[in-house]
Design a protein around this ligand. Structure first.
Ligand SMILES: Nc1ncnc2c1ncn2[C@@H]1O[C@H](COP(=O)(O)OP(=O)(O)O)[C@@H](O)[C@H]1O
Ligand SMILES: [Mg+2]
Length: 161
């Protein structure tokens, strides 16, 4: 039996590094992908989503969707659906958002979505961002959940072995 793989941990010393990591990650993304971003307030979930948006070629700025819960950014290689699930109590409420887009045609990035939105897709990439004490550095742990995520992560050039 194959050894369970240790999730790669990426060091992100500055906000620019977090955005740049998101840009790199965007190159792996395709329609139907679901990314679940976990981590405390200020961890850098939105910063990472901004990098992903930039990498997908979304025009304009990706800002925190906190007060609207979800935003659809068109005009890039793939539509980006950016969700802040902080105020959502259930998956049903995600469906009820009545987004004017099919998630199968989009890349969906959900902040605060752990334990809530997993069923939106058969597979997903979970990214857990931790803050290090007394430092700006963040560490992102990438957890492949089904599909071909493990292979895709392995093909990502900037990841540690
Ligand atoms: N290494 C880093 N990566 C990402 N953000 C950082 C980093 N260091 C400092 N920051 C700051 O932390 C904050 C992260 O905010 P944000 O991305 O909105 O977090 P979240 O969406 O997880 O609540 C920003 O003010 C950003 O400038
Ligand atoms: Mg945020």
């Amino acid at each position: 039996m194959a050894e369970p793989t240790v999730p790669p941990v990426v060091s992100l010393p500055t906000p620019a590094d977090t955005r740049s990591f998101g840009r790199g990650l965007a190159a792996l993304l395709r329609p139907g992908d679901l990314l679940v971003l976990a981590g405390p307030l200020g961890a850098g979930k939105t910063a990472l989503a901004q990098g992903i948006g930039a990498g997908l070629g979304v025009p304009g700025r990706v800002v925190s969707p906190t007060f609207v819960i979800a935003r659809v950014h068109r005009g890039g290689r793939v539509p980006l659906v950016h969700v802040d699930a902080y105020r959502l109590g259930s998956l049903a409420e995600v469906d009820d958002l009545d987004l004017d887009v099919d998630l199968a045609d989009s890349v969906t990035v959900v902040e605060w979505g752990a334990g809530l939105v997993e069923q939106l897709a058969e597979a997903r990439l979970r990214i857990e961002i931790d803050r290090l004490p007394d430092s700006d550095e963040r560490q992102a742990r990438l957890v492949a959940e089904g599909g071909d995520w493990a292979d895709r992560l392995a093909s990502m050039p900037a990841l540690p072995a």
